[in-house]
Structures are given as C-alpha cells and as structure tokens.
Design a protein around this ligand. Structure first.
Ligand code: HEC
Ligand code: HEC
Length: 130
C-alpha cells in the first residue's frame, strides 16, 4: 500500500494542486488500488444495497472506516451521491416519479446542510456509540 502514497503527481496533473483534491486522489487511488482503471471522478462501490444491511453500514463491508464518525475525512462530499447505482429509479417530479425513488440531489443537499452528522440517518451509526 505504501507505494500509493509516493505517487501524488498524476493526480495533481489531472485535478490541480489543491491540497484537499490531492488528498482525495490519494484516497481514491487507495480505494481503487494502485494503477486501477476505476473511476477517479466519483466514488463507486457498485450497488451498495447488495450488502448485508442495505444502506446501513456493517463492519464487514466497511473495514477501513468502521467506528469512525468523521466520514468526510475519507469520503469527499462533492464526489459522493453522484450516480445512482441502486437499481431503484431516480426521482423525477416532471415525469411523476416521486415515490419509491432515489433523489441524489436531495441527499447531496442534506450532506451540505448537515455534514457528517447527517450520514447516520441513512447509513446507520457505523459502529459509533452515540
Ligand atoms: C478511514 C477512512 C474512512 C472513513 C473515516 C469512513 N469511510 Fe466509508 N469507506 C471507506 C473505504 C475505504 C470504503 C470501501 C470499503 C472498505 O474498504 O471499508 C468505504 C465504503 C463506504 C460505503 C460503501 C459501503 C458498501 O456497501 O460498499 C459507505 C456507504 C460509506 N463508506 C459511508 C461512510 C460513512 C457514513 C462514514 C462515517 C460515519 C464513513 N464511511 C467513514 C473509508 C472510510
Ligand atoms: C438521505 C439519505 C442519505 C444521506 C443523508 C447520506 N447518504 Fe450516502 N448514500 C445514500 C444512498 C441512497 C446511496 C446509494 C446511491 C448510489 O447508488 O449512489 C448512498 C451512497 C453512498 C456512498 C457510496 C458511493 C456513492 O457515492 O454512491 C458513500 C461513500 C456514501 N453514501 C457516504 C455518505 C456520507 C459520508 C454521508 C454523510 C456526509 C452520506 N452518505 C449521507 C443515502 C444517503
């Protein structure tokens, strides 16, 4: 894993020099694995409903982040909730799809307003005692 941390340069060229972006690149490359061709734009864990407790995090699917309340230390809010991979339709008021749907824009709004404190209402307490 150490090798990943020694290669910040490609990220800097791709995304600019901001420290935060650089840190994110490192995390993304750690998650995706060195030299993987996985997306560098947004987080992708496939359909996260295909896991033991659906949206609620359990330890076995979240070994790296378990018991950490500071979600955004690893998950950059701007790169989360960008693509609906659940198989549940995306909400679309114009087409009358307003129930049993996923509203990514609304989720992003909650994250903007509530930060890490808002994650628990959808993803559970991540092993953190209140
Ligand atoms: C130390 C870094 C770190 C922290 C802190 C962290 N995570 Fe994660 N998260 C990861 C990694 C890495 C993965 C990929 C799975 C793994 O290796 O644990 C992941 C995966 C996920 C997933 C996808 C799980 C799936 O079903 O595939 C969700 C949702 C998630 N994290 C939410 C959160 C929330 C909410 C918090 C805060 C309560 C949080 N994470 C804190 C690193 C972190
Ligand atoms: C209102 C409910 C809701 C809230 C609040 C919420 N999430 Fe999510 N999250 C979801 C849903 C639904 C998905 C699956 C959508 C998809 O396929 O991307 C998801 C997916 C994710 C994923 C998988 C990768 C991705 O972007 O799709 C991560 C990581 C994640 N959330 C982290 C967080 C963190 C960190 C917070 C708090 C800052 C948070 N979530 C707040 C509902 C929520």
């Amino acid at each position: 894993m150490n090798r990943c941390w020694e290669r910040p340069r490609p990220c800097r060229i791709l995304f600019g020099a901001s420290q935060g972006v650089l840190a994110l690149c490192l995390i993304v490359s750690l998650v995706a694995g060195c030299g993987d061709d996985g997306s560098e734009d947004t987080e992708d864990y496939g359909n996260i409903l295909n896991s033991p407790a659906g949206l609620i995090l359990v330890e076995e699917e979240h070994p790296s982040g378990w018991m950490r309340p500071d979600c955004s230390a690893c998950h950059e809010p701007r790169n989360s909730h960008r693509e609906n991979r659940t198989g549940i339709p995306e909400c679309d008021a114009a087409s009358g799809v307003t129930t049993a749907c996923i509203d990514l824009a609304a989720i992003r709004q909650i994250v903007v307003e509530q930060g890490d404190a808002g994650c628990v209402q959808c993803h559970g307490n991540n092993g953190v005692e209140p």
